[in-house]
Design a binder for this molecule. Structure first.
Ligand SMILES: *Cc1c(COP(=O)(O)O)cnc(C)c1O
Length: 388
């Protein structure tokens, strides 16, 4: 007898874990590892946000709240979406969740039945396919092209649609590629979604981390039709450097918002109460931290771009958002697991294998780390590439 539910036979633990664990172990043994593995900001949470959470704790805000968040926070999110994203939602359409990862899972659970297909452009964020499988639905991958900056085109989307297609998962700015969709590209995708009745899950967690004068566009804002089909997901983790606080949110059509509220009330209940007060301070307080952080990332990004584009044997697309480079290693002819193992054991550089993102001939390099580490790491990475 198996002690494990049948649906877990299809679900794999994170493939990136082995490399990260090995890198950590080597570091703990005193080895000098240059790590490009980070999936979170290397900045501390701003003090005024911490203070607000501490004050909330001191004031006894330590009990349950409404399942999908305190009214003030939902109101503040609605105001933010209107002001910054040109999206009009009532607070009842907003739900605050335990991280944007939780928001994604709630949304997929709310909308997808077993047997439904979910279109996922690859390379993708590693958790999407497994979330889809967890609810019994099936991921349908579309391989995007480097020549298209790894972005899904409306034509590719249309070709991927079958009678069972229920949802498209879009992530812009993108992890792992750093790509940012333009308004025109989003409009074309929306037209296909609307004509085929496909729900769009739009993960916008990196919205403020954009460079080269790029502007983030929320796909729900391109038309009323788009808004009626879209679940907009965002959170505090990446933009306010609050990954450990576990706060994300969902803005959705009323019937979806209602179901998310029901799911959450029976599973997690509210996100941590005093953390919600911190989130309120993040959204309503001084935003200068964000600009400073983006400037720092941009400086690192430009440095990395200038170096990576000179290395033969690899190909890079200039990332315009988030804090990652997806380096195409096709020319080296090594699978990403093999490549990252060699890179770590012989060159003491940690990177995430592209296999985790559904694109084996690549590695992801994060620049959420200091310029010193980046310089040292790139010296070694360059040596590695030249020897292959
Ligand atoms: C980090 C990340 C998330 C999850 O954010 P949390 O709020 O920490 O759960 C969601 N989507 C993408 C693409 C991410 O990179």
């Amino acid at each position: 007898m198996s002690l494990i539910a049948e649906k877990f036979s299809q679900i794999s633990p994170s493939q990136t874990l082995a490399i990260t664990a090995a890198a950590k172990k080597m570091q703990a043994e005193g080895q000098d590892i240059a790590s490009f593995g980070a999936g979170e900001p290397d900045f501390d949470t701003p003090q005024h946000i911490k203070d607000a959470a501490i004050e909330a704790l001191q004031a006894g805000r330590t009990k349950y709240t409404a399942a999908t968040g305190i009214p003030e926070l939902r109101q503040a999110i609605a105001e933010k979406l209107l002001l910054e994203n040109n999206l009009e939602y009532s607070p009842s359409q907003i739900s605050v969740n335990c991280g944007a990862k939780h928001s994604c899972y709630n949304a997929i659970l709310a909308c997808c039945d077993p047997g439904d297909e979910v279109v996922i452009p690859a390379p993708y964020w590693t958790s999407y396919p497994e979330m889809v499988r967890l609810v019994g639905a099936e991921p349908f991958f579309v391989e995007t092209k480097r020549e298209n900056q790894w972005k899904l085109t409306a034509e590719e989307f249309e070709e991927a649609i079958s009678g069972r297609t229920r949802m498209l998962i879009l992530n812009s700015p993108n992890n792992p590629t750093g790509s940012v969709y333009t308004k025109a590209e989003l409009e074309a995708i929306t037209e296909v979604a609307a004509s085929e009745d496909v729900i769009i899950l739009s993960d916008e967690i990196y919205e403020k981390l954009v460079y080269n004068g790029r502007k983030h566009v929320s796909i729900a804002s391109v038309s009323e039709e788009a808004k009626n089909l879209t679940i907009t997901i965002n959170g505090l983790s990446k933009v306010y450097s609050m990954t450990g606080w576990r706060l994300g949110y969902t803005a959705a059509p009323p019937e979806i918002a209602e179901v998310i509220d029901t799911i959450q009330s029976h599973t997690t209940s509210n996100p941590t109460t005093f953390a919600q007060y911190g989130a309120l301070a993040a959204l309503q307080g001084d935003q200068s931290f964000v600009n400073d952080m983006v400037e720092e990332y941009d400086m690192r990004r430009q440095y990395m771009m200038s170096r990576l584009q000179k290395i033969r044997n690899i190909e890079v697309v200039e990332p315009e958002g988030a804090f990652y480079f997806l380096v195409d290693t096709t020319k080296m002819g090594l699978g990403s697991m093999n490549l990252t193992e060699k890179l770590l054991s012989r060159y003491r550089v940690a990177a995430v294998p592209g296999l985790a993102f559904g694109h084996d001939m690549s590695v992801r390099l994060s620049y959420a780390t200091s310029l010193d580490v980046i310089k040292k790491g790139l010296d070694r990475f360059e040596e590695f590439c030249l020897s292959h």
